[in-house]
Ligand binder design. Sequence first.
Ligand code: SF4
Length: 405
Amino acid sequence: MKTLRELYKIGKGPSSSHTMGPERACKVFKEKTKDANFYKAILYKSLARTGKGHGTDRVIVQTFEPVKTEVVFNYDTPEDVTHPNTMDLIAYKDGVELLRTRVESVGGGNIKIDGELALSTPSMYPENSFAEINQFCKWRRLSLVEYVEMNEGVEIWDFLIDVWQHMKQSIIEGIRNTGTLPGGLHVERKAQILYNSINDDDTDVMHELKMVSAYAYAVAEQNADNGTIVTAPTCGASGVVPAVLMYFQKKYDLDDRRIAEALAVGGIFGNLIRRNASISGAECGCQAEIGTATSMAAAAACELMGYSIDECEYAAEIAMEHSLGLTCDPIRGLVQIPCIERNAVAATRALDACHLSHILVGTRNISFDMVVRTMYETGINMSQAFRETSEGGLAKYYSRNKRDK
Ligand code: SF4
């Protein structure tokens, strides 16, 4: 399993696959083609169908600047294009082709360049399933926090505390900002409305719902507005983990180091899904993005409650089990509807999964590894219309309704 540094990436939204990954690919390509005076980028499949809404063309043009770039949205799928987020980059010098390369944006801002190994750090953990991790920790009498430190070194805490500072900042800015999000859907920001609605007469349940939702909306709205967020595990699902952690930090007056430990525990589950299935909505639907974020947040919440390794696993499993089949159907390819609200709903579901795991631990039948396998199989068998192409679900019916009016 890879380092947690591969999972939590600080960058600009709205999409890790559609903006962070292509930006990274263009930077690498630009470095190799310093003589180029013209670039062409050809986008295929999900990158072509929702690239406009996600701002893929904008980020490509900006990255190659000052060199002029043409971005082509190719809606036909050549036979040799297999990954849902594929792009060809071509560099020219005075009309002569210098270099051409194919890149796959494989989720969470990570890329795979044709003929090269995926651009990422080497494996850092010998264990590749939760069953292995659980067995190892019990044998060595380690907590999950100690397990992460043993593999990543003590430096991981500075990294995770920095990640937490950026998550907190996105919450603060998201609650402060008001107005309409860009893209033409006229979606109003709602984080501040939710936050300001909190009052002393609220029941405990209502208070928790308002706080957690306000934080989740805040980050998801920042993401939709091209703000700086942390992938957890992706941009589209970046509000779930921070919302739960901020709620716990305030409720229990926890210091940042403790939150970093929760990020480490949640990160184990996110990284396992990334390794053994997918965190890409274009590959496996929203279950791979929001489902993963919910698992991570549920496990992180268990860590903060002082629950056992088995309870962490159970919570992460519940969270994913009840995200199975969740489709990716962003209207007009914008990471707004259903994405923003979905972050809030997922954050509250993560808390439910945390509490349920504590009450029911010892009764479970499904392992985390099993539900991850199930998610992947469900995802790759899902119709293409529900995998970030904006051709099905809400994206399809919203357009029809608009046309009917
Ligand atoms: S529907 Fe889910 S997977 Fe699709 S763009 Fe929105 S948050 Fe990402």
